[in-house]
Design a protein around this ligand. Sequence first.
Ligand SMILES: Nc1ncnc2c1ncn2[C@@H]1O[C@H](COP(=O)(O)OP(=O)(O)OP(=O)(O)O)[C@@H](O)[C@H]1O
Ligand SMILES: [Zn+2]
Length: 730
Amino acid sequence: MTDAFLPERALAAVLTTQPLDRTLDYRVPEGGVRVGAFVAVPLGPRKVLGVVWGPGQGDYDRAKIRAISAVLDVPVMPPVMRDFVERVADYTMTPLPAVLRLATRAPGLGEPPGKRHVLRLTDARPDRMTDARTRVIAFLEEHEGMGFAPGELAGLVGVTSSVLKGLEGQGVLVREAAPRDAPFLPLDPSRPGKDLSGDQRRAAAQLREAVRGRSYGTTLLKGVTGSGKTEVYLEAVAECLAQGRQALVLLPEIALTGEFIARVQARFGQEPAEWHSGVTQAGRRRVWLGVAEGRAQLVVGARSALFLPFTDLGLVIVDEEHDPSYKQEDGVLYSARDMAVLRASLSGAQVVLASATPSLESWANADAGKYARIDLTERFGAAVLPEMRALDLRIDPLERESWISEPLASAVRQRVEAGEQSLLFLNRRGYAPLTMCRACGHQIGCDQCDARMVEHRFLGRLMCHQCGAQKPIPSECPNCGNPDHLAALGPGVERLAEEVARRFPEARTAVLSSDMTMSARALKARIEEIAGGAADIVIGTQMVAKGHNFPLLTLVGVIDADLGLQGGELRAAERTFQLIRQVAGRAGRAEKPGLALIQTHQPEHPVIRAILGGDEEAFWRAEAAQRQAAGAPPYGRMAGIIVSGPEERETFELARALAARAGMLTQAGAQLFGPAPAPIARIRGRTRVRLLVKAAKGLALQPVLARWVEGVVPRANYRIQIDIDPQSFF
Ligand SMILES: Nc1ncnc2c1ncn2[C@@H]1O[C@H](COP(=O)(O)OP(=O)(O)OP(=O)(O)O)[C@@H](O)[C@H]1O
Ligand SMILES: [Zn+2]
């Protein structure tokens, strides 16, 4: 792609973020415009954001062509970034505007800094409190001292602008000119890092050398939990910064950023830029511009940080690269890990995929020699890997309404007495996964989805984990009307917490679950407190499995190791292995050795044996052999097709129309399975039908799929969604 200039009055093809299937021609304004420039263009009665994508196509009535309204005063989108946007769109089979939206998720891009006004909280309080006023004040108190643009504040709190005006009139809020965006203070890569062990030093040297090469390459950094992967890849970051190039660190969970930022600050003297859903609108704009202008050297963020406009990206770290949350499951269905490799290959950058339990994809790529691989096999310093033991629930059965077996309970008791921490891991949010009437057997489901409602006792509500619908916990059965017979069945973390409180009344407990109504900042603070010893027993969902450092933690109890093995999904074994090894890895990270106790009904299951056995290579090899035999990823290609719509019959008809064209797929060497009702056959009132396409690894699947679906045009409100390399099959 070229970095061309279009003169005044020429036609420019502008890609907007609006859902159109093509670029639109506009007339270039006075002064001309560069290809890649961000512009505002008229579209109907509105002005929308766009990027000059190239010379105009000239296939539209010249007399009707309108002019570009404004060329925004932000850096031009460089050719590699435009290339990246197009490749992502092609790979994920997503319309370009949707990908461009990912790349422009910062408000007010065109406005110069310093011109904005923000509202700030004063010490005054209103004469009369209303619910809306209380929320505004509570929100601003939580974001101590920060100012927000009025529109932004109204949106964030969910109040009208008149509420804000009222508060301003009473002096509760003051209007101030926003300060210029705070600068990004330079990180100093020459500061010394920690003294590395021999293995760490060799690993760091290898990564540094790769970064010095200033060309593309991917390295799998496979190190056992607590081996110092972070310390090692920070050396690669140091090298990248020393080269004057930008670096990006992707983390799978916002809650991890707090600890990571502190480590960057300790290593390089300043904080990195931060990018995730917890960052305010103003903060996003600052980071986006800082990255585009090359002022932000290091960004730490969630998967969408990959779409920031880096000018000279030299390194991408994907930490906990196996984590399923790197796959975006709505909107643009993309894998941030895979797209990181794509982006790096376009930018001449290095990628480091760090994990103790790599994805089979990355393991296989390293095995095939496509990725370099570095192993760290020991924990740093005196710390040793935790001992792992299965607790056979057939031998030590659980008591009624109890989920902690006697041997696990006594291990917890010992830790509490010794002043050490225990972690009880249960990958289920809420109180109970199922509410059933003991009189008639009715199970309370979501009205909109083919899913059971999950009791959240803490909130006093039943909640659908598919669509988020809530209803109060009924006092009588909605089916037979019988009172007092509704029973909560099975445990969630809230119920486990109840048992812990009952059995260890003297212990301080903390529940960490991703659905907790806590701001990102409050969550970070809570995790720091826990790491500092504020809880004796931590109860958590998969959120706690990811990379946290709790130095006092010496015991991990896995409440139900069998949970992920049911259902037989493609990645069930891999995921269970990763999750339990990860969570066990939280134990014994300091001097005291750790113990992981794993409750299971099937200790002889191959996956449970692999988790306990520690021969990881054998596990991956066996898993790889099975996938290879089945032609499944990463040895074969897959695309999931989800057909959805309001009427069941018509949704199936649409799916069958696709199936009728299966010949095209077969001819190209792909196979079609389905249609079949999706495992969750209804979400938000829409019927869901699935098809699955499988093909050999070498086949360029996307063009084949594009031709296949082209011939079937869904009616309004019906959808055909294609998920390339699907991770979930619900
Ligand atoms: N060379 C070193 N000198 C001092 N401390 C170190 C060193 N290497 C690692 N550590 C410390 O050991 C702990 C574990 O290191 P780190 O978090 O980098 O491991 P990790 O491999 O990323 O772990 P996980 O995969 O479990 O998240 C951290 O507290 C880290 O500061
Ligand atoms: Zn629902």
